[in-house]
Design a protein around this ligand. Structure first.
Ligand SMILES: [Zn+2]
Length: 440
């Protein structure tokens, strides 16, 4: 199709153009307002004209290093382009390409012919509300917005928060079944709380959250499962708050019996709702409930050398003379106290590692690429000789993950138990003295 064919094809649908532009603009204004107004403790519901747009929205970063992207729909798509003060809309029955060129964006038709260049922003939406967009072959709900970054296209997916959570909960919670529905609801509410607490966290950037573990894993429609989506919708609008503020809804795989206070795990301020609690063996079916890692002295010496060297100073440790735990001065007393200090006396000096950081130093004996399961461990079977120092030591531990907030395996254990625990029971076990509030 030539450029003139493309424009000609567009002209037939020109009548719809003004309406769509108005709607899109309204949406953009609303999203901006929502993001700026959605301070912890309240949600703006918007005006009546905007009510047809499902609320609230979240802007998810899909990529910030793409040089090109292909976007289409199962039916036709609407493409709103912004160049300086100009704004105009195209419709296309086929997919389009966008390319990064000269610090701006170019729009190409499905045959690769350039339609527009020098664009600042391209917003693409499916013309049928129920139809997803295909962004580089993967299905997403909502709209795609492309903006010109410094060196590449910034691709964001803008969509209703609950539709977003349908693509977050499956990868975050792992394999689940219908019987796990109360745990799934608890996870959905934690993830919603996290999202709403982080609106606008990146200041002037064009997204609220990334799609990776630095925020929450998000994989769009390809990971959705009907029963999980239903659990998300069943809790629509519900969030966890303490004293009227969104909590920092930390969660981890397996606590190993007890969770810990946040300040005993990371150098962070205490939070009254992130206290060590008894998991009542709910996570005991986890293969990580109890674990052991046995290291040779040489192996540990190498781990320490590698960690110190990677931290900036070349250190060679040949022999470990002594290894011990010092929990005498925890940041605060706790039921599930993680190791506070792990101390090594070596031929190259004394090395002290604290709290969760320990996991990154010693890693696993069987697999250096993985960090230690948890910092909830004791040392045993230490073998040493006057000549070689420590030759072997066993870490006997519990749990998998940092141990702060909700224990995911514990939540699943509660959901599967005969006690008929609800998602409220699960949330209130792991987050102390919180309220569950419905905001929309
Ligand atoms: Zn647990």
């Amino acid at each position: 199709m030539t450029l003139s064919d493309f424009r000609h094809k567009l002209r037939g649908e020109f009548a719809r153009r003004a309406r769509l532009t108005a709607l899109t603009l309204l949406g953009a204004v609303f999203i901006t307002q929502f993001v700026t107004q959605c301070a912890p403790g309240g949600v703006s519901v918007g005006n009546r004209e905007a009510a047809h747009i499902q609320l609230p929205f979240v802007r998810v970063l899909l990529s910030d290093d793409a040089q090109s992207v292909t976007i289409g729909g199962l039916h036709s798509i609407a493409i709103e382009c912004v160049r300086g003060d100009e704004k105009f809309v195209y419709y296309s029955p086929r997919s389009i390409h966008a390319k990064f060129a000269h610090s701006s964006l170019s729009l190409l038709n499905s045959s690769g012919e350039e339609i527009e260049s020098g664009l600042d922003v391209i917003t693409i939406s499916s013309r049928s509300q129920r139809q997803p967009l295909l962004i580089d072959g993967n299905s997403y709900r909502g709209m795609a917005r492309l903006t010109a970054g410094d060196k590449a296209i910034i691709i964001t997916n803008i969509l209703n928060i609950d539709k977003y959570l349908m693509g977050v909960v499956p990868p975050e919670i792992g394999p689940v079944k219908l019987r796990d529905v109360e745990a799934i609801k608890a996870q959905a509410i934690s993830a919603r709380t996290y999202t709403m607490a982080h609106f606008g966290q990146y200041g002037g950037r064009s997204y609220d959250v990334t799609a990776e573990v630095s925020d929450q894993l998000y994989r769009g429609m390809r990971v959705e499962k009907d029963f999980i989506s239903e659990a998300v919708l069943a809790t629509a609008g519900e969030v966890i708050r303490y004293n009227g503020n969104f909590i920092k809804a930390y969660y981890h795989s397996t606590c190993g019996g007890r969770t810990d206070n946040i300040e005993n795990v990371w150098p962070k301020a205490p939070a009254p709702y992130l206290k060590g609690v008894d998991c009542h063996e709910s996570c005991s079916p986890s293969k990580y409930y109890n674990w052991q890692e046995t290291f040779t002295g040489k192996q540990l010496a190498k781990r320490l050398s590698d960690f110190e060297t990677a931290s900036g100073e070349i250190v060679t440790i040949g022999r470990i003379d002594s290894i011990y735990i010092d929990n005498s001065q925890p940041a605060s007393p706790s039921k599930g106290l993680r190791t506070q200090k792990l101390i090594f006396l070596t031929d190259a000096g004394r090395f002290v590692y604290v709290r969760d950081r320990i996991r990154w130093v010693v890693r696993r004996s069987s697999d250096k690429s993985k960090i230690l399961q948890s910092a909830y461990f004791t040392l045993s079977a230490i073998q040493q000789s006057p000549r070689d120092g420590v030759t072997s030591v066993t870490f006997s531990g519990h749990g998998y993950g940092h141990g702060v907030g909700l224990c995911q395996m514990g939540a699943l254990g509660m959901a599967r138990s005969k006690t008929n625990y609800t998602y409220q029971d699960i949330i209130k076990r792991y987050y102390t003295a919180v309220t569950i509030d419905k905001l929309y």
